[in-house]
Design a protein around this ligand. Structure first.
Ligand code: PDD
Length: 284
């Protein structure tokens, strides 16, 4: 079941007009929200980032947070899995094709749910491969825009190479992955590129920073150079769908010892404990 413009319906019934500006221009923004045990994870953070994305593209938020929350809770109820991945998209709506904004138009609001596909045991045990590529995206990578063609092309480079992710370099610095944030462990310190217009402020990135700070994991939020990336003992990627994943090969070469490292195992454990704690609060 999905939600489209005021109605819940089976996805097969959902249609949008061809003149939707999301279809014509990619003129919209989105969120991906994980749901654990039927509870949306960090909903406040996702709704705040949605607001920031909408503000950046000068589109009025069609709903207050409490309305979003009700829609999301209802959609979770209408779908089967306990663990879900919600995809929420707002576009500037349907109008005659013209680049400039239409004067009056109702935004299109779409939310769908899929079963959450977490990282596999093999990915956590053995890590995943990544490649690098120049970050050729625009200068507003902090906006979670549905216009993802650069990200799509960059991710396909990884797929072509049999890898899971493409890590992006701009002016000699690591920005993020094509659909994830990236961390490097160097001399035992977790290095996190600072939030800026050059990367998406990830909700999972925030969780990792919080868990590191709360558990005295050595952490530095600062620019990470290409040589630090290539020389790192560990590389991690984070996203709402995959949580934290270890990268064990980069451009075909082993990262550190070529195995998920101790800092990853610690962070993975902290993340699982954090989720278990939320499940316990949910149940009682
Ligand atoms: N992508 N950077 C980019 C470019 C992303 O697309 C994503 C997430 C992230 C991680 O953000 P978060 O931790 O809030 O998921 C960073 C989602 C999952 C997607 O497009 O499917």
């Amino acid at each position: 079941m999905i939600y489209l413009n005021g109605e819940f319906m089976p996805i097969e019934k959902a249609v949008i007009p061809v003149l939707d500006r999301g279809f014509i221009f990619g003129d919209g923004v989105y969120e991906v929200i994980p749901v654990y045990a039927r509870r949306p994870f960090r909903l406040g953070g996702h709704l705040a980032r949605l607001q920031a994305s909408l503000d950046s593209i000068r589109l009025k938020n069609p709903h207050h947070d409490s309305q979003w929350q009700k829609l999301i809770e209802r959609l979770i109820e209408l779908n089967e899995s306990d663990d879900q991945s919600l995809y929420l998209q707002v576009t500037r709506g349907v109008a005659k094709r013209d680049h400039a904004f239409p004067e009056t138009v109702t935004p299109t609001v779409f939310i769908m749910s899929n079963p959450l596909m977490p990282a596999t045991a093999d990915q956590i045990e053995n890590g995943v491969g990544a490649i690098t590529a120049p970050d050729n995206r625009w200068l507003r990578c902090d906006v979670k825009s549905t216009a993802l063609l650069p990200n799509v092309l960059l991710r396909q480079l990884a797929a072509d190479a049999g890898c899971a992710e493409t890590l992006l370099l701009r002016d000699g610095m690591l920005t993020e992955g094509s659909a994830s944030n990236a961390f490097v462990v160097s001399e035992g310190v977790v290095l996190a590129p600072p939030k800026s217009n050059l990367m998406l402020p990830g909700i999972t990135y925030d969780v990792v920073l919080e868990l590191a700070q709360a558990n005295d994991v050595p952490l530095e939020v600062r620019n990470v150079s290409e040589s630090e990336l290539r020389g790192g003992e560990e590389i991690w990627i984070t996203s709402s769908s995959k949580e934290v994943l270890p990268v064990t090969t980069l451009d075909g070469k082993a990262v550190g010892k070529g195995r998920p490292g101790p800092a990853f195992r610690r962070m993975h454990g902290l993340f699982q404990d954090h989720k278990a704690q939320l499940r316990r609060t949910a149940n009682g």
